[in-house]
Every structure is written in structure tokens, then in C-alpha cells.
Design a protein around this ligand. Structure first.
Ligand code: 3NM
Length: 223
């Protein structure tokens, strides 16, 4: 990639963003990701965390497998937290939280790759932008069962507040987002949704991803 990703492209990739690791999957993770991609998932984050998470070679191999699926689908593959892994894989980007290495230090290491930063307040959002974030992950918007150390639930109001404060970078809402909540999240100012369980725990993964994406696109049109 020559230069940083444009905000327009970034917004498109954030529409239906699947965050996934082996711990989240009821079926084979590569199968889950294949189905999610067939449903029109626009970006994938590899987040191998939680009880029973893979480490070492099996973790690396799974990451490589999911990255290849993303390559074939032509969508970005983002690695959660682990800059070393992202560089080793030549991933398309990295997503970091507030407790990880600082955004400017990660930016210096990853060059023009995509950098996503979790932000919970306007101050954190502003700092992340100054330090080189391409997009912000804002949450948890609703209660989530997928992250043990999630912060307090923010509600869609935080998205409104950030937009009112003229934070106009690409933003994805995360945390407890279901099909019924998409309109509210996008209406409050998000460019898209990041989900774990709404896709990975669905009976029909392809259909779930497709329906979520469709709802995002409809909601963007109306907001
Ligand atoms: N980050 P689900 S909430 C990975 O608030 C993650 O930053 C969050 O999973 C944050 O869609 C979350 O199943 C879990 O609620 C999202």
C-alpha cells in the first residue's frame, strides 16, 4: 500500500467488521470466517484471547490461515494487540487498546498499515487521532459477553458526543451489537459495527453477516 488508507476506504471497511478468535467459534474458525466472508464481511480482526486461547505455533498457523482467507476475499486482515505477529505475517493492520503500547509507538513500527485504537472518551479519541489512528473502536456500546475486562457500558450516546465534539475520523461501534441495534449505532454516528457474537454464535453465519451488513448500509443511507 502506498500511503495511509483514506478515510473513505476506511469507512467502507468498517461497515461489517468481524472480530474473531478460536475461543469465539462454535465450529472450525476457518469455516466460520469463510462463511462470514461469503456473507459480505468487510474487515476481520484476529483476536486470540480468553480462556483456552491458542499460543505459539498453533496460534500463528490459525492467523496465517485466516489471513489467507481475507486475502482471497480482498478485505483487510487486522491483528489485535500483537504488533510482532502483525509484522511477521505482513498483516494489513493492528488494533490496540488503551492499555497496550502507545499509538504513536505502534504507528512508528507499522508504517502505513491500518491502525485502529479503542477509545472510550473524547480525550482518548483526540489523542489516538493525533498519534496516528486510522479509525477508532468505541465501546462497549451495549453489555457484552465476549470481553471479560470490558469497560462500563457507554450506550450509543458516546458516539453522538464524539461526533458533536467534531471527531470526524472513521469510527466503529463495538460491544453487544445485534441486528436490532444496528440502526441506533449507525444513527448515533458510527460508520459501521464490530461484532463477535452476533456472527460467531449465529446458527447461520453467512446469513447473519449478510443481514447485519445490509442493515448497516440501510442505516447509513437514512442517517
Ligand atoms: N472490545 P460482542 S467490546 C472485543 O468495548 C471487544 O472495546 C470491546 O463482542 C470494547 O460483539 C468487545 O460479542 C466484545 O459483544 C465484542
Amino acid at each position: 500500500m502506498s500511503g495511509r488508507i483514506s478515510p473513505e476506504m476506511m469507512r467502507q471497511h468498517l461497515q461489517m467488521y468481524l472480530v474473531v478468535g478460536s475461543v469465539n467459534c462454535l465450529a472450525e474458525p476457518s469455516r466460520v470466517v469463510q462463511e462470514a466472508l461469503a456473507g459480505g464481511t468487510t474487515m476481520i480482526q484476529f483476536r486470540e484471547k480468553g480462556h483456552g486461547a491458542l499460543t505459539g505455533v498453533p496460534m500463528f498457523e490459525l492467523a496465517r490461515q485466516l489471513q489467507n482467507l481475507c486475502r482471497h476475499a480482498g478485505i483487510p486482515f487486522i491483528v489485535n494487540d500483537d504488533v510482532e505477529l502483525a509484522l511477521e505475517l505482513d498483516a494489513d493492520g493492528v488494533h490496540i487498546g488503551q492499555d497496550d503500547e502507545s499509538a504513536d509507538s505502534v504507528r512508528a513500527r507499522i508504517g502505513n498499515r491500518i491502525l485502529g485504537v479503542s477509545a472510550h472518551t473524547i480525550e482518548e479519541a483526540r489523542r489516538a487521532i493525533l498519534q496516528g489512528a486510522d479509525y477508532l473502536g468505541v465501546g462497549p456500546i451495549y453489555p457484552t459477553i465476549s470481553k471479560d475486562d470490558a469497560q462500563a457500558v457507554q450506550g450509543p450516546a458516546i458516539l453522538h458526543e464524539m461526533r458533536k465534539a467534531r471527531i470526524d475520523v472513521p469510527i466503529v461501534g463495538i460491544g453487544g451489537i445485534t441486528i436490532e441495534r444496528v440502526e441506533e449505532v449507525v444513527g448515533a454516528g458510527a460508520d459501521g459495527i464490530a461484532v463477535i457474537s452476533a456472527v460467531t454464535q449465529a446458527e447461520r453465519i453467512r446469513a447473519a453477516a449478510a443481514e447485519l451488513k445490509h442493515k448497516v448500509l440501510l442505516s447509513i443511507k437514512h442517517s
